[in-house]
Design a protein around this ligand. Structure first.
Ligand SMILES: Cc1cc2nc3c(=O)[nH]c(=O)nc-3n(C[C@H](O)[C@H](O)[C@H](O)COP(=O)(O)OP(=O)(O)OC[C@H]3O[C@@H](n4cnc5c(N)ncnc54)[C@H](O)[C@@H]3O)c2cc1C
Length: 312
């Protein structure tokens, strides 16, 4: 909860995923007053287990955040508020944040956008029912659990060769589904077939599941394909346009638009920082946490600079 309507926080962190939480930890330990405002819809909320974060491999996403908050709240200058930041105005040293559920304007000297990305799923009947149980987006996150299984890779664009090659590191039993797009060149077809990968260039009718797990996939014309797991390419979009409207420049890494920052997380707008998925790949919990810690260090150094110079 916000302590005082008139308080100016040193830092408001928008977003309480690993990037925002690690930043809050570092800033709390730096004796900064910090408000974390979080809509509480992190990217990985659909999964039962998170993988690849040292000491936390296999943890449920909600448990990860619970432990993080418990440890951060040991530092009394950090508070959390569950809300959506609708807009932000102002300038370095005096930002104003406007929230969805209250008229109270939150004021801060610095803002960190750790707002993450949203996955827009391809429009395939049955996909949302198995997303997070047996359909995933990242083999580094969930490939181990699907190792040696019969996997369908849904990739109806020019990333398909790259994506199927990546997933071949975890299983050799692969079917590439192009959703009816005949975009593979004859050379690419030969290359894929050389690796024993079946290609189906037919539109998917439905992903059929049993007890929440994918079982088989049906097509417009082709016979059904048995399947124990799916990897697919979502469309990644920014979770919010608040940073862009405040003047932050975004640029494209392929089709994905990311907030531009320097190596410390500083954006082009003085006093505004970004960390985690919102400002770039690799889209991993540990990378997001690491960039949150880095941005927090930059914020602390910039605040110290301003305070030091004010006294001179
Ligand atoms: C299905 C799936 C499984 C994954 N599994 C793994 C895994 O096993 N291991 C791994 O390393 N990575 C995994 N990832 C990737 C991982 O989830 C992300 O890299 C990571 O969550 C990024 O952290 P973040 O803090 O940048 O953003 P997020 O964790 O997405 O957190 C951003 C937060 O900001 C909030 N927010 C956004 N806009 C606003 C606003 N305007 N106001 C207030 N709050 C706002 C959101 O609600 C959210 O709580 C997975 C991703 C997906 C999609």
């Amino acid at each position: 909860m916000q302590k005082h309507a008139n308080e100016t926080y040193d830092v408001v962190i928008v977003g309480g995923g690993p990037a925002g939480l690690n930043a809050a930890l570092v800033l709390g330990r730096s004796r900064r007053s910090v408000l974390v405002i979080d809509e509480e819809l992190p990217r990985n909320r659909v999964t039962r287990e998170s993988h690849g974060f040292l000491t936390r491999d296999g943890i449920a996403p909600a448990e990860f955040r619970r432990i993080a908050k418990e440890q951060i709240l040991k530092y009394p200058s950090v508070t959390f508020q569950s809300d959506i930041v609708k807009s932000a105005t102002g300038r370095d040293g005096d930002f104003h944040l406007h929230l969805e559920s209250s008229e109270v304007v939150v004021r801060s000297r610095k803002i960190l956008f750790a707002t993450g990305m949203k996955d827009v799923l391809p429009d395939i009947d049955g996909l949302s029912e198995v997303y997070g149980t047996s359909a995933f987006v990242c083999p580094f996150c969930d490939g181990w659990e699907l190792r040696d299984k019969q996997i369908s890779v849904i990739a109806p664009n020019d990333l398909s060769l790259h994506f199927v090659k990546m997933i071949s590191g975890w299983t050799k039993h692969l079917t590439l589904l192009t959703q009816g797009s005949p975009f593979l060149s004859p050379d690419q077809h030969s290359e894929i077939q050389l690796h024993g990968i079946v290609v189906i260039e037919d539109e998917i009718k439905r992903i059929e599941s049993l007890k929440g797990y994918v079982n088989h996939i049906t097509f417009r014309s082709n016979p059904p394909v048995k399947c124990e797991g799916i990897f697919f390419l979502p469309t990644l979009i920014q979770s919010t346009d608040v940073s862009e409207k405040l003047g932050c420049v975004l640029s494209g890494n392929g089709p994905v638009m990311e907030i531009d920052t320097d190596t410390m997380g500083r954006t082009n707008v003085s006093g505004v920082y970004s960390a985690g998925d919102a400002s770039g790949a690799p889209f991993q919990l540990i990378s997001a946490a690491s960039s949150g810690a880095t941005a927090a260090a930059a914020i602390q150094l910039d605040l110290l600079d301003a305070e030091w110079n004010r006294i001179q």
